[in-house]
Design a protein around this ligand. Structure first.
Ligand code: NAP
Length: 254
């Protein structure tokens, strides 16, 4: 990862929720492939600055930008600032997301809106901004970080699973709507990945983790770099004829 290759040279990528976990790895891998990266975060400024430092120390280009991407005014400001800084956006990775498991009896309006406002509405509004900014001749790429739960839908995770099923449907619909403008839209669907969010949810050592590993042909949960590498594929011309797909990246579990 320390060697800069040129697959994404000249491209600018905006990665939401890139201060930690999967988003941070995606930002590092896109930068290592030559993209200039906007590292978005909501509140973890120091963590975002560390991601930027790692990228610049390896010879890449990145800048941290704060915005709560569940809120339209913040999203509009983020894209205006990104355009002011780099003049163009070519790649949007909608990664920021909350996973909050709760059985039906504990589902509240707050639980619902907190996840849908970020995982679904924020993703749509960010995509709207990106599609308006992509240069007509160049087209663009939108990668939506979904989840295996969009189809696996584990017990006690109805709202989170519903947000990710919505994300997959949005990817398929926007791929048709935006394809004529050479904008590709795909979902990347990770299985269980060891991130800050994974630890905060208490999954480490849990029966849930053991069950996932027992059903995973490659015998382990994922690491953020497993996802970052696939994001480069979906962002680059290597996937130039791929759109409207949901790509599981899960060690073979389903
Ligand atoms: P994580 O470790 O909890 O990190 C979440 C990131 O999102 C942080 O950088 C956080 O920034 C940012 N974020 C949270 N709310 C935000 C908001 N309103 N606006 C902007 N940024 C916000 O999460 P993760 O495990 O890497 O998950 C990332 C994505 O992958 C999510 O969409 C998740 O659903 C999906 N996913 C995760 C797994 C897994 O097992 N980890 C599996 C499948 C799919 P701050 O710290 O600044 O708030």
């Amino acid at each position: 990862m320390s060697t800069i290759t040129h697959k994404l040279a000249g491209k600018t990528a905006l990665v939401t929720g890139a201060s930690k976990g999967i988003g941070a790895a995606i930002a590092r891998h896109l930068a290592a492939a030559g993209a200039t990266v906007v590292v978005n975060y909501a509140s973890s400024r120091e963590a975002a600055e560390r991601v930027v430092s790692t990228i610049t120390a390896a010879g890449g280009k990145a800048i941290a930008m704060q915005a709560d991407v569940s809120k339209k005014p913040d999203i509009d400001r983020l894209f205006a600032e990104a355009k002011a800084a780099f003049g163009r956006i070519d790649i949007l990775v909608n990664n920021a997301g909350i996973f909050d498991f709760a059985p039906l009896a504990e589902v509240t309006e707050t639980h619902f809106h907190r996840q849908f406002d970020l995982n679904v509405l924020g993703l749509l509004l960010a995509s709207q901004q990106a599609a308006a900014q992509f240069e007509p001749e160049a087209g663009g790429v939108i990668i939506n970080i979904s989840s295996l739960v969009s189809t696996a839908a584990p017990a006690g995770a109805s709202v989170y699973s519903a947000t990710k099923a919505a994300v997959d449907a949005i990817s398929r619909s926007l791929a048709k709507e935006l394809g004529p403008r050479r904008i590709r839209v795909n979902s990347l669907n990770p299985g269980m990945v060891e991130t800050e969010g994974f630890h905060a949810a208490g999954f480490e050592g849990s029966d849930f983790q053991k069950d996932v590993v027992s059903r995973t042909p490659l015998g382990r949960i994922g690491q953020p770099d497993d996802i970052g590498r696939v994001a480069v594929f979906l962002a680059s011309d290597d996937s130039g004829w791929v759109t409207g797909q949901s790509l599981p990246v899960s060690g073979g579990s389903s």
